[in-house]
Design a binder for this molecule. Structure first.
Ligand code: ATP
Ligand code: MG
Length: 497
């Protein structure tokens, strides 16, 4: 598994302009639909279901580079019919002109297609990582045909020229930030290049990267630095930083020719309903096949071209083998670093869209035919969808802990309520008893007063009768006669606290 997860260091750059939210229905928005142009077929057309689950066919879109980019003039060798998604290539040799070849694709992005059209043709594929399905968007084609422009372009001054990658970052985070109920996402990125059959970490060039395989045959990178990202801007920052480390060179075919295959891998861990799903989006900007006689490369650039061409040859063989399973030939994944890294894509159920870039001139007919041949084979590759799911024990433990906490809280509240009620009713009983005692005491006092008044009256009467006999009484009054004394004397209640 990825080695380290760190946080990105800030780098100054102008983030691309927002490209808008992805369609909520998840349908492929067809390129050029806003301009009324016929556009590539939706990737849904490349999926089917059988009893074992969904099977995706590799979806193939061809992008034709504008004819004049390299200063070409004259007639184009390539014509396309957008309504039928076909491309016809006229042979270079005039004597052979009748033997043109026609290829039917899933979609065509003509020379006037915009960068938004290119992204729209892969949007569904990119977003499938949020549903736990790994995905791959790969640009294939001869050198100078527009692969890097289509996939990796980042234009701070004119964001309309931004390629698929920055748009994918934004579409993914737009959906993550929109918030899926009960789902939590962790996103991390890796960025590597395969240069002369060596894998190098573009985010941390000192790292020593290699490929390993786990018991289920899943191939993973070891020694790369993996960075956690929280926004599409952070993805763009890492992508910008890594691209600066990518190897390019001037050739006669392309002033900024990519001399390595680059893979930006965005891994999404989704936690939802006690299940943890891990899926990766591989965005692969291949180095272009080149005829060294045309690119006029020498020295190290010649060696690079040889390495590029041989790894692309292995890729072609892998695709051919996968497209023709009846031949029962094992795909030669292990014969190049590129195909070994792509093992997961083709054997572990990634949804794949291939953008095949082609030039349109007569000078490039051989390369264009060969790229379209590759495209035709790739369209026959079928991959059974697989999700890398496991029980999210951590989430389950947290969920159970929460349940326990709320139940404990409820029980504690019940206990507290009962104790309080008991105390109140005991208090009420004591108060009632005290009230009764006080009432008795008041009655007793009242009787005492009555008895005293009676005694006083009788004493006064006696006194007056004695005074009538001129007798002078000098002592204290006699105690009250016994019959006037109240014998049921209650004790006074204790004073209240
Ligand atoms: N659709 C396009 N519109 C305008 N310019 C384009 C288009 N496609 C390619 N270009 C231009 O063509 C040139 C070559 O394109 P790019 O570098 O993308 O080719 P590439 O296929 O990546 O080649 P390589 O394999 O050598 O890396 C660049 O200057 C690029 O800006
Ligand atoms: Mg390139």
């Amino acid at each position: 598994m990825p080695s380290r997860v760190g946080s990105p260091s800030p780098r100054s750059m102008t983030p691309p302009r927002p490209v808008g939210r992805s369609p909520s229905n998840g349908e492929l928005k067809r390129p050029g639909s806003a301009t009324g142009k016929k556009t590539p077929r939706g990737s849904g057309a490349a999926s089917a279901r059988d009893d074992g689950g969904t099977i995706h066919r590799v979806h193939v879109v061809v992008r034709l580079r504008p004819f004049s980019v390299r200063g070409e003039t004259g007639a184009a060798a390539v014509v396309f019919e957008q309504a039928k998604s076909t491309i016809t290539v006229t042979p270079k040799d005039e004597a052979d002109r009748g033997n043109f070849r026609t290829f039917a694709l899933d979609g065509i992005l003509g020379p006037d297609a915009k960068q938004t059209d290119a992204f729209d043709s892969v949007r569904d594929t990119c977003l499938s990582v949020l549903d736990g399905v790994s995905a791959c968007v790969m640009c294939y084609g001869q050198t100078g045909s527009g692969k890097t422009h289509t996939l990796s372009n980042l234009d701070g001054r004119d964001p309309s020229q931004n390629g698929v990658m920055p748009r994918a970052f934004q579409a993914l985070f737009d959906r993550i930030d929109a918030g899926e109920e009960d789902a939590r996402f962790e996103v991390s990125v890796q960025y590597v290049q395969i240069y002369m059959e060596l894998i190098q970490d573009l985010l941390d060039p000192v790292q020593n990267v290699s490929l390993r395989e786990d018991s289920s045959g899943r191939v993973f990178l070891t020694g790369t630095t993996t960075y956690a990202v929280k926004s599409w801007q952070e993805c763009v920052e890492w992508f910008t930083a890594g691209t600066k480390n990518r190897t390019t060179a001037f050739t006669q075919m392309n002033a900024h020719s990519s001399r390595s295959h680059a893979a930006f891998i965005l891994t999404v861990i989704k936690h939802a309903n006690g299940v943890k799903t891990t899926s990766s989006l591989y965005m692969i900007d291949l180095a272009g096949s080149e005829r060294t006689a045309k690119s006029e490369v020498v020295g190290v650039n010649f060696d690079e071209a040889v390495a590029i061409n041989s790894s692309l040859t292995v890729l072609g063989r892998v695709i051919y083998t996968l497209a023709n399973p009846k031949n029962k030939i094992r795909p030669p994944f292990r014969e190049s670093k590129l195909t070994r890294m792509l093992t997961n894509v083709f054997t572990h159920g990634a949804r794949t869209t291939l953008i095949v870039c082609c030039a349109m001139g007569f000078d490039d007919v051989a390369e264009t035919n060969s790229s379209l041949e590759f495209a035709k084979q790739a369209m026959n590759v079928k991959v059974r969808e697989m999700k890398n799911e496991e029980v999210d024990y951590y989430a389950l433990a947290m969920q159970l802990q929460q349940q326990l906490d709320s139940q404990t809280e409820a029980v504690q509240k019940d206990v507290v309520d009962k104790v309080a009620l008991d105390a109140i009713s005991r208090e009420k009983r004591i108060l009632a008893m005290r009230v009764a005692q006080l009432e008795d005491y008041i009655k007793y006092q009242q009787r005492q007063i009555d008895a005293f008044r009676k005694a006083m009256t009788s004493a006064a009467n006696d006194l007056f009768s004695e005074l009538g006999d001129w007798t002078v009484h000098t002592g204290l009054p006699e105690p009250l006669p016994a019959h006037l004394m109240d014998r049921s004397t209650p004790r006074p209640p204790a004073p209240l606290d």
